[in-house]
Design a protein around this ligand. Sequence first.
Ligand code: 3PG
Length: 218
Amino acid sequence: MTPNNASIACEKICRLAPIVPVLVLDDAADAAPLAKALVAGGLPALEVTLRTPAALDAIRAMADVPGGVVGAGTLLTPADVKAAKEAGAKFGVSPGATDLLLAACVEYDLPLLPGAATATEAMRLLEQGYTIQKFFPAEASGGVPALKAIGAPIPQVQFCPTGGVTLQNAPDYLVLPNTICAGGSWVAPKSLIKAKDWRGIERLASEAARLSSTRTNS
Ligand code: 3PG
């Protein structure tokens, strides 16, 4: 299967670092310093979840941070896609995939990393050229053994497992031949954002960036 344009773009983004931070921001004023800390720590691809009123302003603020590639997560509707694109998101991430959402991402030219949790979902996306997919919710869907099992019959798809991934279990995912990177919120904990502990977040990012040594697929 030839990758579609979205997956060609997402493959490049997913190869930037082993971990894509999943970010929940309550205050857009934290966005730029947070992005700078994560980029400085070695994690340039950032996913800002559209789960808070501050999310779109946060994407706008992060879009100007040198070295960062900012995407919008939790895309559920065409309106989310339009808003994310207008805010400056370079890519989108969704927990699952619907025809409406996929069409909106094509219409607004926003490369999508679509979510799949089963072989059928992965196959449906692959039929449309999505060779790069998010495996979500990773741990709740069976974790490493499930992802490994999906890879046996469907080796064409590379996944970014997200949901329950930690510094401790990330290497078990990254060593799989069908894992391109992983997503996780642990590198930007709410407590450190609230305390504006950007040094602390940079340290967590550096630690996560070093996981590249455990990556099969770099
Ligand atoms: C989410 O839905 O918030 C993401 O999948 C991140 O999950 P995590 O908090 O378990 O890393």
